[in-house]
Design a protein around this ligand. Structure first.
Ligand code: ZN
Ligand code: ZN
Length: 262
């Protein structure tokens, strides 16, 4: 199984990374994508990915960090590193416009989409209460390959995202008691567009809610998906692994061999 979205350079996880990777391995979670959110995390994640064979990374600036300094040319050049498989997480966070004005978020996203356009890498999108704006920009920048991570939006918007050809990824939020409407989206997304993630160290799934989240818990998310979709855990593992490699072809080149040897 793969955790498609983890923040392994976070203060909570990085100091105990070997221990947490071993805990994940013991429950069958063997590959990881460590996701950047600001300029500082970019170099940290590239270093982590270069150290471990079973970890790849993404580079990019999250909308809530839009006003911190970053270097677009340096990002484009980092995208040629073999362990950098995506641009992310980038996007729009309209639930917190009081923390970061829309104009700044939009400017930063346009920079990031130009990185994706120039590098040809897929995007990992953080998209909250912004479906019209983000779909419009993805069209404008001709972005064909992207995942809407930690999905919490409506079924109607999921249909628009799927119609545009993108993937949808679910986190531990689907295990929360108040996730009723989201369960319908989990059941709806077709087999070939579905990913699972932890978004650790945040958003630990039930029964770990409120604790520090870690990559091992993607298995809990997958179990919940299996129950909702009425399929086996193995089927969810196979489906999400296949989709991960289809969305992130650079990761497939590095990791497929290792998985078939496991
Ligand atoms: Zn996010
Ligand atoms: Zn994240």
């Amino acid at each position: 199984m793969i955790d498609s979205h983890a923040h392994l350079c976070s203060d909570e996880l990085f100091p105990v990374l070997d221990e947490k990777l071993e805990a994940a391995r013991l429950v069958g979670v063997r590959n990881f994508l460590t996701v950047s959110s600001n300029w500082d995390s970019v170099s940290k994640n590239v270093a982590i990915a270069e150290k471990y064979d079973n970890i790849v990374c993404s580079v990019g600036v999250h909308p809530l960090h839009a006003m911190e300094p970053y270097d677009v040319d340096e990002l484009i050049s980092l995208c040629t590193n073999e362990k950098v498989v995506a641009v992310g997480e980038v996007g729009l966070e309209y639930h917190y416009v009081d923390l970061m004005p829309k104009t700044e978020q939009l400017r930063c996203l346009q920079d990031m989409l130009s990185v994706a356009q120039k590098s040809g890498l897929p995007c990992i999108l953080h998209a909250r209460e912004c479906c019209d704006d983000i779909l419009g920009l993805l069209r404008e920048y001709a972005i064909k390959h992207a995942v809407f991570h930690c999905y919490t939006d409506t079924l109607e918007n999921a249909k628009r995202i799927l119609d545009a050809g993108f993937f949808i990824s679910f986190s531990g939020i689907i295990t929360f008691k108040n996730a009723g409407a989201l369960s319908e989206v989990v059941k709806y997304v077709p087999d070939d567009r579905f990913l699972v993630e932890t978004d650790c160290p945040d958003l630990a799934p039930v029964p770990y809610r409120g604790k520090v989240n870690e990559p091992a818990y993607v298995s809990v998310v997958a179990e919940h998906v299996a129950a909702l979709r009425n399929v086996s855990l193995k089927a969810v593992d196979e489906m999400t692994t296949r989709n991960f490699f289809s969305l992130f072809p650079k990761a497939a080149i590095l990791m497929k061999k290792e998985i078939s040897n496991a």
